[in-house]
Design a protein around this ligand. Structure first.
Ligand code: ADP
Ligand code: MG
Ligand code: ZN
Length: 619
């Protein structure tokens, strides 16, 4: 095909000026009738690779895609581009089926999305035999592999394609990075000398950051305040934690919903759609919220609990920034998570699985503890060497991480453990260290210990963190058969106490406090420098609610300029409110109260914002 036709199609139909890496080669391979096997990261632009030839080639391109929601979105966006697309899945009616097949027989369809379940129904392939098929595209092809993390038995039906359509090319796409799964896919689909590409897994627009998890709730609030109005996902380890966090955040005024596998299909679909369509800003979810999030403007992915392995971490963070714009990946790392995950791993009966999952977890921990560039570490895990010494877009490369000697503090903590008889939980040990006056301390006369209060120069979260770190490093071990975790000093701990072993800990920076600058502002004549973006968003939200109630456009209530001035000056009395730009008497009377209330609440909630890791900073 001529070069300029390719470029023109790209421009005119897809609206893009250039191909992303590998797209052009893949498109050309398909156009030339070859099988294709493409491993490209999320956001790499796999859809274009088959949509493009589907437009050009005669006949229909049959796309197998694992999720209904995904198919719907794909058909919608293809139709938006003027590509003739339809779907056949379990929800398709008999007459709908007939119609779609009819359209294909008449050459009136470019793309047909089929669910694996539909594909697997008896006679389906034979039914397709009457249709001119340009090629098959298998999206999320790793679902065919039992080695993969998303195996779907119905995908196995795809093995028959080669038998029924020996002359039709197959193009398989996946974002799975492991070589074993990649091989398995090619074998299962019986690809014939495919044109194979493996794109780099680097996602340069994603920034990686790890901070210690000390006070999760306020850390999340602080983080969310730093990304006002932006779409993102917060991953948590369990359904219960998902619901708790979602609850807490929505009480704090964030636009958040939760998602996990324990919800009904319709609830999950609703949340999925609302997020995709920007009707909901933040999702708190288990990893069940995964495949099928094709939303391109996810600006952040937070892991509030330690993921089990790096593969999962990569895939989950990969949902951020598909559109190529800068996006943040934040991991809140606490040693207590390791202890919890380890207890899950210990429950596996098969020693081999125990061993594998434990090793995977160790890699995850090593990543979190950062002895090198995050990007380099991630890519290395997938067998790719990152060539640059400094990626410029992770906390390690930005010099935000330092190692500090914590031997003396470790001695204090271990001594507290030892002197209280190795029989108290972490909470109590922390109380002893900071010199708290609790009933329990009185009861056991722990205020008489030489260790009592030796750590009063540090915060409780710091000590909690350090004790967990000591457990992880084997300086203390959890006593077996206790109802709650009770650490006791180990021989290695004794070596630290004696001073023959040193302890280093990483000093992560604190999360950046809410920035008080830069409001995205459509009104160029307003000086927004001193406004508070987060408050501004809340004010806008309230305006939206009132506007909806009254069925008027939002600006009729207050202009952005007025809201910006409110966000800027934060009036909490009627008198001050009246001085806000654009606040007429009538408006004050009509709308003043709900905005005053909001600002008051906001001001109250932010005065006592705790500092994070103050101790770690004083070094
Ligand atoms: P994948 O399926 O590989 O995760 P998608 O096909 O969903 O990725 O594409 C991700 C985003 O990149 C989409 O928003 C898509 O429109 C965009 N995109 C794809 N190809 C290009 C291109 N050549 N130029 C600009 N944007 C592109
Ligand atoms: Mg895709
Ligand atoms: Zn880096």
């Amino acid at each position: 095909m001529e070069e300029n036709i390719v470029q023109r199609t790209l421009r005119q139909i897809f609206g893009f000026d250039s191909f992303r890496p590998n797209q052009e080669e893949i498109v050309k391979a398909i156009l030339s009738g070859r099988d294709v096997f493409a491993v490209m990261p999320t956001g790499g632009g796999k859809s274009l690779c088959y949509q493009f030839p589907a437009v050009i080639l005669e006949g229909v391109c049959v796309v197998v895609s694992p999720l209904l929601s995904l198919m719907k979105d794909q058909v919608d966006s293809a139709s938006e581009l003027g590509i003739r697309a339809a779907t056949l899945n379990s929800t398709t009616t008999r007459s709908g089926f007939g119609q779609t097949v009819g359209a294909m027989e008449n050459g009136k369809l470019d793309l047909l999305y089929v669910s694996p379940e539909r594909f697997n129904t008896p006679g389906f392939l034979e039914r397709l035999a009457a249709v001119k098929i340009a090629f098959f595209a298998i999206d999320e092809a790793h679902c065919i592999s039992e080695w993969g993390h998303q195996f779907r038995p119905d995908y196995l039906a795809l093995k028959q394609i080669v038998d029924v359509f020996p002359n039709v090319p197959i193009a398989a796409f996946t974002a799975t990075a492991t070589p074993q799964v990649a091989q398995d896919i090619q074998k299962q689909l019986r690809l014939r000398n495919p044109f194979s590409v493996r794109a780099s897994f680097d996602r340069p627009n994603l920034s990686y950051q790890v901070v210690y998890k000390e006070d999760l709730n306020s850390q999340l609030v602080t983080f969310l305040k730093s990304v006002p109005g932006q779409s993102g996902i917060i991953y948590r380890g369990t359904r219960k934690k998902v619901e708790e966090t979602a609850d807490l955040l929505s009480k704090q005024g964030f636009d958040v919903r939760h998602y996990h596998a324990g919800m009904s299909d319709s609830e999950r679909d609703w949340v999925h759609d609302a997020f995709s369509q920007d009707r909901v800003q933040i999702i708190v979810a288990t990893i069940a919220f995964g495949m099928g999030i094709d939303k391109s403007n996810v600006r952040f992915v937070v892991h509030a609990d330690l993921p089990k392995n790096l593969e999962g971490y990569y895939q989950e963070t990969g949902r951020a920034g598909r559109d190529g714009s800068p996006s943040q990946c934040l991991l809140l790392f606490g040693y207590q998570d390791i202890i919890l995950l380890k207890s899950f791993i210990d429950k596996y009966e098969d020693p081999k699985i125990r061993d594998i999952t434990w090793r995977q977890l160790l890699e995850m921990i090593r990543f979190a503890e950062a002895d090198q560039c995050r990007r380099k570490a991630l890519l290395h895990y997938f067998g790719e060497e990152y060539s640059s010494d400094n990626c410029g877009n992770c906390d390690f490369c930005n010099n935000e991480i330092h190692r500090v000697d914590a031997t003396i503090d470790s001695q204090k903590a271990l001594s507290a453990m030892q002197r209280t008889g190795n029989r108290f939980g972490i909470g109590h040990l922390v109380d002893v260290l900071v010199g708290a006056k609790t009933a329990k301390i009185k009861q056991f006369q722990h205020d008489a210990l030489p260790t009592y209060g030796v750590g009063s120069d540090r915060s409780k979260p710091y000590w909690r963190f350090l004790i967990n770190a000591l457990v992880y490093r084997g300086a203390a071990a959890m006593k077996p058969d206790c109802d709650y975790p009770v650490p006791q000093v180990t021989p290695y701990g004794w070596a630290i106490l004696r001073g023959t072993e040193q302890v280093e800990i990483i000093q992560f920076p604190s999360l950046k406090k809410q920035s008080k600058t830069k409001v995205v502002n459509e009104d160029p004549c307003t000086d927004a420098t001193h406004s508070d973006h987060f408050l501004f968003e809340q004010l806008r939200q309230r305006r939206k609610e009132i506007a909806r109630e009254r069925r008027v456009p939002p600006y009729v209530i207050f202009t952005d300029k007025t809201l910006l001035d409110m966000a800027n000056r934060k009036p909490i009395t009627e008198e001050d409110m009246q001085k806000i730009a654009g606040m007429s008497e009538r408006k004050m009377e009509k709308y003043g109260a709900p905005f005053l209330e909001l600002i008051t609440e906001y001001v109250m909630a932010t005065v006592d914002e705790p500092e994070f890791y103050p101790d770690l900073h004083e070094e």
